[in-house]
Design a protein around this ligand. Structure first.
Ligand code: ATP
Length: 457
């Protein structure tokens, strides 16, 4: 969370970002993702529901892979980080203590001429409406709280107020003591969580960059107070490298330190991993030093002790917290943009998603050359050999050339073609997505071949 009152204008707003006619790359990615089943506008048959999206058959796989690679690097391969899945519905007491009821606001202005609402901090010319172009018609900015409020139970009195969480982080803070005891961890240690968050954004837009319902991948790393600068630096490097390691080119990423006026109410230092979106640099992930702000606040408001007792020194302290906070859906968008490529092959345009194999929705596709029953049967055997290991697509419609193009657009690293020779030599042709080179591989060696080649792709 950046300071909602002092945000840098890093993304454009309102109607302009819906059409994107002037932005070719983003328009192409949006088109491909709808056509191929990654991302659909929500409630499409009812004309769409602005800024909400549904993830289709391959989008759900890509999003899962983004989350799984994050979990792998943040939890599975670290003995000092444990997981959590906290509830989305939460009582006002949490948000009172965390400061969100008071501070989680954006400055809102209305255009008196056309009625469209804008975020004051994102307006280049504060006096002119970017929608109707009228000057001098903007209202004074007023603070608008971004939390979604609803009520629990049958009686909608004020005692029934609940909030949809605007960040997953508070789940880690309120469970700090329970997790530390149950997992027998002591600082430095982390609690990681992936889940949905909700913000009533004034100006959602730019596809899945800013939506009102989105998924976050956050980790709260509890450290001795004096070690917090060291760990902040460490996590900035780690998180930047995570994106590079998953195939985003270095020149599309940068770390940017927040100025003091930009930081959230709890933050002592924040750096963003920024990505070069088609409209310019913008936040992909924030790495904040949240100090002991949240634990101290919850201790004060709940009356419960949230401190660590060092059994060796006898010292008691409230840990400080370093928080790498990423958006799963926003990261998915960055991976799609970075992976999108077009090239000319034998005079024809080829569109290919050069996704890292770990992110690719399908690791392979099995394609029988024709629909003849004996080929289908053989191809199904190959499919069943691979299905326990990977997500594998199966496609026997249209020409083989069209099927290759479709898999290229899905980012599938390997196409496995079963032809009539396969019936005699028990071998298949494996085509590499990026080089388009083909190898003949016996089905006996296929599992080993894929395991080796996927890692090297
Ligand atoms: P922004 O400055 O873009 O509003 P933020 O600083 O408020 O983001 P954080 O509170 O740091 O965001 O949230 C951590 C991450 O969650 C962000 O880096 C982003 O990837 C993701 N995120 C935040 N808000 C949204 C949103 N409305 N839609 C999609 N992802 C979001």
């Amino acid at each position: 969370m950046t300071n909602k009152n002092n945000k840098k204008p890093n993304d454009k707003n309102s109607k302009k970002d819906v059409g994107l006619a002037d932005d070719n790359l983003l328009a192409k990615v949006i088109n491909l993702t709808k056509r191929r089943g990654f991302v659909f506008p929500s409630a499409d048959i009812y004309g769409g529901f602005r800024s909400a999206y549904d993830f289709g058959p391959v989008g759900v796989l890509l999003l899962r892979n983004v989350k799984e690679t994050w979990w792998y690097s943040m939890v599975q391969t670290r003995d000092e980080v444990v997981g959590l899945d906290a509830s989305i519905l939460s009582p006002p007491a949490i948000w009172e203590a965390s400061g969100h009821l008071e501070n989680f606001t954006d400055p809102l202005v209305d255009c008196k001429a056309c009625g469209v609402r804008h975020r004051h901090d994102q307006l280049e010319d504060k006096d002119t409406c970017p929608d109707c172009g009228k000057k001098g018609e903007m209202t004074e900015p007023r603070q608008f709280n971004l939390m979604f409020k609803t009520s629990a139970g049958p009686v909608a009195d004020s005692g029934a107020d609940v909030y949809l969480r605007p960040e997953t982080a508070q789940g880690m803070f309120i469970n700090y003591g329970l997790v530390a005891n149950a997992s027998r961890k002591k600082p430095p240690f982390g609690i990681a969580q992936i889940g949905k968050s909700f913000r009533n954004e004034i100006t959602p837009g730019n596809f899945i960059f800013r939506t009102r319902e989105f998924e976050q991948m956050e980790m709260e790393y509890f450290v001795p107070p004096e070690e917090s600068p060291k760990w902040h630096k460490y996590w900035c490097e780690e998180r930047l490298n995570w994106y590079i390691n998953l195939g985003i080119p270095k020149d599309m990423l940068q770390l940017r330190e927040h100025g003091p006026d930009e930081r959230s109410h709890y933050s002592d230092a924040t750096s963003d991993v920024e990505f070069k979106y088609p409209w310019g640099w913008g936040e992909l992930e924030g790495i904040a030093n949240r100090t002991d702000f949240d634990l101290s606040q919850h201790a004060k408001h709940s009356g419960k002790k949230l401190e660590h007792l060092d059994s060796e020194t006898g010292e008691k302290y409230i840990p400080h917290v370093i928080e790498p906070a990423a958006g799963a859906t926003r990261a998915m968008m960055a991976f799609l943009i970075a992976a999108y490529d077009e090239e000319e092959v034998k005079g024809e345009k080829r569109t290919v998603l050069r996704l890292d194999w770990r992110l690719a929705p399908y690791k392979a596709a099995v394609l029988p050359l024709s629909k003849k029953p004996e080929l289908s049967k053989k191809a199904k055997e190959v499919l069943e050999l691979l299905q326990p290991l990977y997500m594998v697509d199966f496609d026997e419609t249209q020409s083989i050339g069209k099927r290759y193009r479709r898999q290229d657009e899905l980012g599938t690293p390997f196409c496995i073609t079963v032809d009539f020779e396969s019936l005699d030599d028990d071998a298949v042709t494996v085509r590499d997505r990026d080089s388009m080179e083909q190898d003949r591989v016996t089905t006996k060696d296929l599992v080993k071949y894929l395991a080796e080649h996927l890692k090297n792709q």
